[in-house]
Ligand binder design. Structure first.
Ligand code: SF4
Ligand code: SF4
Length: 92
């Protein structure tokens, strides 16, 4: 099990979520953030931090966003070689 960032994250760069993650799971591109499923420990700390409820357990991702499970895995794999995880909130 892991947590997954879904569509409502698009355009949000408040990144409140990254600060509370004990495992540095968050990676981002110009569109949104993604969670590293290999390192997520399912602590749920990030869930209440997200103001748009973009973060869901992969067990309970709404049906219309199921494809985000694989998208998170694929984007993290692509982003990891480009730099480390996001750990600090982006001011805006
Ligand atoms: S707080 Fe929510 S919407 Fe904002 S970057 Fe984090 S997951 Fe995305
Ligand atoms: S559930 Fe916990 S470990 Fe997983 S991404 Fe959220 S804060 Fe990080």
């Amino acid at each position: 099990m892991a947590f997954v960032v879904t569509e409502p994250c698009a355009g949000c760069k408040y990144t409140d979520c990254v600060v509370v993650c004990p495992c540095d799971c968050f990676y981002g591109d110009d569109t949104q953030l993604y969670i590293d499923a290999e390192h997520c420990i399912d602590c749920e700390a990030c869930v209440p931090e997200c103001p748009v409820e973009a973060i869901h357990s992969d067990q309970s991702v709404p049906e219309r966003w199921r494809h985000y499970i694989q998208l998170n895995i694929d984007r993290v794999a692509a982003l990891k070689p480009l730099g480390g995880p996001m750990t600090e909130k982006i001011a805006r």
